[in-house]
Design a protein around this ligand. Sequence first.
Ligand SMILES: Nc1nc2c(ncn2[C@@H]2O[C@H](COP(=O)(O)OP(=O)(O)OP(=O)(O)O)[C@@H](O)[C@H]2O)c(=O)[nH]1
Ligand SMILES: [Mg+2]
Length: 444
Amino acid sequence: MFDGLTSKFSDIVRGLSGKATISEKNIQDMVEEIKVALLEADVNLRVVRRFVNQTMEEARGALVVRTVNPGQQFVKILHDRMVKLLGDENQALELRGPDVVSPILFLGLQGAGKTTTVAKLAARLKKEGRKVLLVAADLQRPAAVDQLTYLAQSVGVEIFKEDSKNPVSVVKNALKYAQKNQFNAVLIDTAGRLQVDETLMDELVQIKKACDPAECLLVADAMTGQNAVEIAQAFEEKVGLTGIILTKFDSDTRGGAALSLKSITGRPIKFVGVGEKIENLDPFHPDRFANRILGMGDVVSLVEKAQESFDAHEAEKLQNRMAGGIFTLEDYFDQFKRVRKMGSMQSLLAMIPGMSGQLDAGAVDEVALKREEAILSSMTKKERRNHLILGPGRRKRIAGGSGTTIYDVNQLVKKFEKTKLMMKKVAKNKGMQNQMMQQFGGMK
Ligand SMILES: Nc1nc2c(ncn2[C@@H]2O[C@H](COP(=O)(O)OP(=O)(O)OP(=O)(O)O)[C@@H](O)[C@H]2O)c(=O)[nH]1
Ligand SMILES: [Mg+2]
């Protein structure tokens, strides 16, 4: 997610942080780049203008102070501004004390993820020790009540439902029931509509009046970009919100919605949905999000990911083959596939602080990796086990089969031979083995 934005920003950040001096012209150029990057990520134009102006102003002020490293300082300003844009710090739910009922109302368009999010939050609140009741107030879609019933069961909380067509009276009765039975968190799932319309808004206003919610949360789909912002604005004006939950954050969103929502609606993003499962709900942390966008990553998750796909037993077997000098293209291919399994090199490196900015400099060439993979797949097992049989005829066939050129095939074989030469040394030295892994990945 946010690949484009992250790569642009880390370019900018990298260019900046090394600079010993920054001129007015530098700032202007930089700010222009930032503007383009934000607009491309579908960030609201008003937000972009404000962000850029404030950053520029602050940077000018900072330069007058003449600090030791203006480049880094500008990066800091950029980071802090972005955090501010996103809402400073994580906003927890503001619920009432455990002795009274805290109704939480969920609003949003059809398919935004309301019902799923109700279940996710129910699980979270239950874990925190709340006595949770779900209320089926979506009486539009026939299967909606069943969906919520199923989810309530899997989370292990109670559900309140009535055979009625009137969501307002269902909500009223649910609250009475909650009071009587000491439920202290009442999560109300409402009906979505295809678009913002008057009837929907009126109904929601009525429900809101009837339950006096502690939290009134808009569930918005991050994939809809600018639309999510418009929708949020409409809900905020007509019904009034206390916060936003942005779903489908795991998808290929450009990030514009996340960056625009807070400053347009004035309401914080409290959680983000990062998958379809119950546990896929994360509190939204503006600073972490800004770090991600600015290309300073999370080394821990990188290490974990690498460990997951690294099989110690396989590694040992490989090492023995290396030491014995019987390493073949087949082994090379296996190793290659293992590295690929960790995810694209791009996504792995993006998690290393300072690395994501270097990706486009050609450090990792995904296209070249795909090419190598295609060439290796086009060889027969026999050829991979003994590359010496690869004469001109075979190389031509392989090039044809993999959609590459004979030159590409030759290059790969050369690279392999070079690798094989290093083998014995490498097999005896752990540090060098890591370097090898990188070689397999086609990194320089
Ligand atoms: N990938 C992903 N999918 C999600 C997320 N949240 C919800 N979904 C999926 O989005 C679809 C719609 O979710 P619902 O919870 O039924 O949406 P809704 O807003 O209740 O829809 P209506 O009741 O029809 O208005 C389902 O397939 C969910 O699994 C998320 O964070 N990530
Ligand atoms: Mg629903």
